[in-house]
Design a protein around this ligand. Structure first.
Ligand code: SF4
Length: 330
């Protein structure tokens, strides 16, 4: 069963500056599936379209963002949803928090700084389920918090009384209160130091292993994907460059951009400088023709400058968009 099917998705922003209007094609022809019971990583540098992609698949489509083409379909078993057609009312009533929840980088954006943590839980549960018996609600929240390895004291704390790592764990507890089918985690550990980061990643992994739900983990940090993800999609300039099981992405990447990302990871004991990639990511209001990576690619050929490479399957569950790689070649 497929939990989410995204087909040929194009999403763009309309910008106006000095009287000139431009279209920024942030997501350009992206197709992928998410399955139940997996952690799917989305990687790529800033402005590669990761954030736009998760806005569209979570139904957060507001001007200046426009989803202009393609399809985004969920199958939650007895309930199916077309994300590009669903009303905001149905999204609020049936999908957000219950089927899809969101963990973002700054936990303070979901925790009200002037209310105790339990009040935020109460607001969410009351809005989506209604609370008829407060004692039962409190017991349920204590059980939930304990099951995730957090002390019940956090429920009676104000957010500023908790460390950054603990606040992020509380935000994850909040996102999982209804056992959603999909948790979208957007750079959930970026603002945390390495030790705290490890604890938060363990928590995400444990929740997924216990609940058997799906986690879409978006981060530029390849080390996080190496530790947590089952499969990884590498995005470059709004398109998928490569998608494969994590082991293949790290041990046998085929796309030159993925190879660069992996080769630039620091290794213990290595003292030499890593080679950097020439140039910078393209302006998506005026992207390069052909393969968008061609101005930076060390293997660029003539056809790369004019012909967009198809995303082909080199073998089961491994797709690459590069003229050097042929369909079914592995
Ligand atoms: Fe490099 Fe050409 Fe492959 Fe693009 S299609 S990654 S420019 S070799």
């Amino acid at each position: 069963m497929t939990l989410l099917s995204v087909q040929s998705l194009h999403a763009s922003y309309r910008t106006e500056a000095y009287g000139i209007s431009r279209t920024v094609r942030a997501v350009d022809g992206v197709s992928f599936d998410l399955f139940p019971n997996e952690i799917y990583g989305v990687a790529g540098e800033s402005s590669c379209g990761k954030t736009t992609l998760i806005k569209v698949i979570s139904g957060n489509i507001k001007p200046p963002l426009k989803a202009i083409e393609g399809s985004v379909n969920y199958n939650f078993g007895d309930y199916k949803a077309d994300m590009l057609k669903i009303s905001q009312d149905e999204l609020r009533r049936s999908i957000r928090w219950k089927q899809i929840s969101y963990v973002m980088q700054g936990s303070m954006s979901v925790l009200n700084p002037v209310r105790k943590v339990i009040k935020t839980f109460e607001d969410i549960v009351d809005t989506h389920e209604g609370i008829t018996n407060r004692n039962k609600f409190l017991e349920r929240m204590r059980t939930h918090i304990n099951r995730l390895g957090l002390p019940t004291d956090v429920l009676n704390a104000y957010p500023h009384q908790l460390s950054g790592g603990m606040r992020q764990r509380v935000a994850i507890a909040l996102a999982t209160v209804f056992q959603p089918a999909l948790i979208i985690a957007d750079e959930p550990t970026t603002a945390l130091d390495v030790v705290v980061q490890r604890g938060v990643l363990h928590m995400i992994k444990d929740i997924q292993a216990t609940s058997k739900n799906t986690v879409l983990l978006v981060t530029h940090d390849m080390a996080v994907h190496a530790n947590v993800a089952d499969r990884v999609m590498i995005m470059y300039a709004g398109r998928i460059a490569e998608e494969a099981p994590t082991e293949i992405i790290f041990n046998a990447p085929l796309h030159p951009y993925t190879q660069h990302l992996i080769n630039s990871l620091p290794m213990i004991g290595e003292k030499s400088m890593k080679a950097s990639l020439k140039g910078s990511p393209p302006n998506l209001a005026d992207p390069p023709t052909g393969c968008r990576f061609h101005p930076r690619c060390p293997y660029v050929m003539d056809e790369c400058r004019t012909v967009v490479p198809d995303l082909v399957s080199v073998k089961e569950r491994h797709r690459v968009a590069c003229h050097l790689v042929k369909e079914g070649s592995l």
